[in-house]
Design a protein around this ligand. Structure first.
Ligand SMILES: Nc1ncnc2c1ncn2[C@@H]1O[C@H](COP(=O)(O)OP(=O)(O)OP(=O)(O)O)[C@@H](O)[C@H]1O
Ligand SMILES: [Mg+2]
Length: 236
């Protein structure tokens, strides 16, 4: 089953100004359910721009974007927000945890935003996720009281809180040391395999890209290569 499809997606910045520039020039891309794909390419090639469009944080200037076969261009802001909350989890390079809140409160935040008030089910989902990322003992620590790698794992738990269809990760291990980065990556892979969640992961690290099933390469706003990763031996 198809999670995501882009047809001829274009994006320009500075529309109507003298510096108007098109940065994505007609992207065609399909991700099937359960795919674990890397998005690579030089700085400025349009990776974050593409992730923002796929994550429904921004709209394409042209082309069509489908989530689970449903075209999104006709949706108003309310419908987009609802679809984003239900279907998409984000992991950014800088995790943007709310510093005044504890680990578990940060993980509960998206569920709280969707449902309005806290309940026991919400808390137990968050506890389960923190356990899964190895942070059960830190559940009541404030975001400022745990390490960078631990914060990133909280951010991953938060991205998974709504059991999203698709997780978009922009350099999820960009500011972590090699060993912590490997751990974060293992965790994403584990969720992918256990829940069938689709992943699209931006990385500058060829070593991590090689651990994905598919490598999509963007150069100057165009996909220049998109191939199954020969290095990966598919398990199961
Ligand atoms: N809000 C914006 N307004 C104007 N131009 C922008 C904006 N965001 C990005 N750009 C431009 O669009 C192009 C693509 O940027 P983008 O951030 O998508 O690249 P990237 O591949 O994510 O790069 P990096 O690897 O450095 O994160 C760049 O030329 C950038 O300067
Ligand atoms: Mg970027």
């Amino acid at each position: 089953m198809e999670t995501l499809r882009l047809e001829g997606v274009r994006k320009s910045y500075g529309i109507g100004t003298p510096v108007e520039t098109e940065v994505l020039h007609g992207i065609d891309l399909t991700l099937q359910r359960g795919e674990f794909a890397a998005l690579v390419g030089p700085s400025g090639s349009g990776k974050t721009t593409l992730l923002n469009l796929i994550g429904l944080l921004d709209r394409p200037g042209a082309g069509r974007l489908f989530i689970e076969g449903r075209e999104t261009s006709g949706l108003d802001e309310t419908a987009l927000t609802r679809l984003r909350g239900r279907a998409i989890g984000f992991v950014f390079q800088y995790h943007y945890l709310l510093p005044a809140f504890t680990a578990i409160e940060n993980v509960m935040m998206p569920i709280l935003a969707a449902r309005g008030r806290p309940d026991d089910a919400m808390r137990s989902t968050a506890e389960h996720l923190l356990d899964k990322v190895g942070l059960a003992p830190w559940r009541n620590s404030r975001a400022t009281e745990i390490s960078g790698g631990q914060q990133q794992r909280v951010a991953i738990a938060r991205a998974l809180a709504m059991n999203p269809l698709l997780v978009l990760a922009d350099e999820p291990s960009g500011n972590l040391d090699t060993r912590t980065a490997d751990g974060v990556f293992d965790l994403l892979r584990e969720v992918n395999e256990s829940s069938g969640t689709t992943f699209l992961i931006v990385t500058h690290d060829p070593r991590l890209a090689r651990r994905c099933d598919r490598i999509i390469e963007l150069v100057d706003g165009r996909i220049v290569s998109d191939r199954p990763n020969a290095d990966v031996v598919r398990r199961g």
